[in-house]
Design a protein. Structure first.
Ligand code: URC
Length: 311
């Protein structure tokens, strides 16, 4: 045969599973998008069409929903670990499972003062929610029958510093028109994925939810507190902050579009438009600079795929 099969995987993508937890009248919601990718001894199905090694993608979908009911969803990482282990441990031909999860978060709607419908805690509705306009939490769990690799992360976390950002001293050639800037807006939409040291055996699992909240907080504070000479410098400082403060995390990868804000030329209207006086900017949509990079604990291996966080 002049051709052979290369890398392959299959599974059901984007299972949108919503789990309601009822605690008396007070409800809680978990809202996930779960993608399953399985691989292993799958030559036959490709070469001859024999399905004897194929667990249907329909079954993988059903498993996602059944596990949400049977085991609940403590965290996207935990849910991914349960699923990945199940597929590999229960089916001989399946050697590897990769579970990718996005989590959308919902906030309780605040109740009107003294409103009869309230009572779900301090002034909140018990079973009415508003989708948070903020970031999406992400997780990827891969199990190969021996070790588990867990990546936590987030995307669409949009942040802006209205000062403390400069960009100057760059290379210039005959095509360069960009002016040096000593006081600019720095804005980006952070996509980050971080890799946990934990590999599954013998050691207790990290508290995934606490680790997520802490990593997110470090990213935001590092963004706010870095006096930036470039988005690249800010990216590195954000990574350093997480690696230095979270011993359970060894590697973090970022994809950060530079959401350009250009000071508008108002000279034609006889108006000065200086940053120092509070300027008017044009928020450009595209193209955008795209700054990407990995920050590692010294000695750790770079294992997060470069395209995982990319747009
Ligand atoms: O922070 C920045 N990094 C760059 O590499 C770059 N390039 C550019 O045109 N503007 C910026 N800003």
């Amino acid at each position: 045969m002049p051709t052979i099969l290369g890398q392959n995987q299959y599974g059901k993508a984007e299972n949108r599973v919503v789990k309601v937890i009822r605690d008396g009248d007070t409800h809680h919601i978990k809202d996930l998008n779960v993608s399953v990718a399985l691989s292993g001894d799958m030559d036959d199905v490709h070469y001859s069409g024999s399905n004897t090694h194929v667990l249907p993608t329909d079954t993988t979908k059903n498993t996602v929903f059944a596990f949400a009911k049977e085991y609940g969803i403590e965290s996207p990482e935990q849910f991914g670990i349960e699923l990945a282990r199940h597929f590999v441990n229960s089916q001989e031909p399946i050697g590897r499972a990769r579970i990718r999860i996005e989590e959308y978060s919902w906030q309780r709607i605040p109740a009107s003062a003294g409103g009869a419908a309230s009572g779900g805690g301090a002034g909140e509705h018990r079973h009415s929610f508003v989708r948070e306009g903020q970031e999406i939490r992400t997780a990827q769990v891969t199990f190969d029958g021996e070790s588990v690799e867990v990546l936590g992360g987030l995307k669409e976390l949009t942040v802006l510093n209205s000062t403390d950002s400069e960009f100057w001293g760059f290379l210039k050639d005959k095509y360069t028109t960009l002016r040096e800037d000593y006081d600019r807006i720095l804005a980006t939409e952070v996509a980050a994925a971080w890799r946990y040291q934990w590999a599954g055996e013998g050691v207790p699992e990290p508290d995934w939810n606490e680790s997520y909240a802490e990593a997110r907080g470090h990213l935001l504070r590092a963004f706010a507190e870095t006096y930036s000479l470039s988005l690249q410098q800010t990216l590195y400082q954000m990574g350093v902050r997480v690696i230095e403060n979270r011993p359970e995390i060894d590697e973090i990868r970022f994809s950060m579009p530079n959401k350009h804000h250009f000071r508008v030329d108002l000279e034609p209207f006889g108006l000065k438009n200086e940053a120092a006086d509070g300027a008017v900017y044009y928020a450009a949509d595209r193209p955008y600079g795209l700054i990407e990079g990995t920050v590692l604990r010294d000695g750790a291996e770079a294992r997060i795929p470069v395209d995982l966080t990319a747009p």
